[in-house]
Design a protein around this ligand. Structure first.
Ligand code: SAM
Length: 200
């Protein structure tokens, strides 16, 4: 995530944390964006919940565009494991105690931890799998749990297919078409929307 997008995400997290509710991230990876949400949560006396199976997205697998050999799981050839990197990132920043790391597939975690409604989160940041299936499942699984007035942030929104995959873009259009959200900020491929009505 480039610096300007990170700053926009941080601003959204600081505002959302003012609701006093946990902030949710889908897609921890090695913790770069988690740090931003965690610091905002720390300042507001709440926590960041970050969800990832830590096996990488399709485009991060060995041989794919965003593969990183350093993230290979030493015990399971051909698989990656970003969990140790997330832990190190949070520990180095002194933010471990402000983060609840959930290791598992996003829709499964949502079912287990009470996604699908309830208004538990002040912010939902969607940055997990970028296939249509995963991005839409993340939206359907977690966005019902975004509190009234809370913020929905979506990363990698590219209106022009020449710039990137379309799944996050379609999640963004879905949110706007629902009538439950109004856009409040955009920075490069980051979009921030406020929940202005129930629904999703
Ligand atoms: C683009 S990276 C997240 C980047 C991170 N937010 C940052 O800015 O540093 C996407 C992450 O989503 C995770 N992921 C992909 N599909 C998932 C799923 N269905 N459930 C849980 N995590 C998933 C991958 O393991 C990967 O770590």
């Amino acid at each position: 995530m480039p610096r300007d997008e990170g700053l926009a995400l941080y601003a959204a997290a600081v505002e959302a944390a003012g609701l006093g509710l946990p902030l949710l991230e889908i897609g921890s990876y090695c913790g770069r964006s988690t740090l931003l949400l965690a610091d905002a949560a720390r300042a507001a006396g709440t926590v960041c919940v970050t969800v990832d199976h830590h096996r990488g997205s399709e485009e991060q697998q060995p041989g794919q565009e965003y593969a990183d050999p350093e993230l290979a799981d030493p015990d399971h050839p051909g698989r990656m494991d970003t969990l140790p990197f997330l832990r190190r990132t949070l520990a180095s920043a002194g933010l471990e105690e402000h983060v609840v790391a959930v290791v598992g597939a996003s829709p499964v975690a949502a079912r287990a931890f009470g996604g699908n409604g309830g208004g538990r989160f002040g912010l939902v940041f969607v940055d997990g799998g970028h296939t249509e299936e995963h991005a839409q499942a993340d939206y359907a699984s977690w966005v019902p749990s975004l509190a009234p007035g809370g913020l929905l942030a979506i990363h990698d929104v590219f209106p022009d297919p020449a710039d990137g995959g379309q799944a996050p873009y379609r999640v963004w259009t879905r949110a706007l078409a629902s009538g439950a959200f109004a856009e409040v900020a955009r920075q490069r491929s980051l979009r921030v929307l406020r929940r202005v009505a129930l629904g999703h």
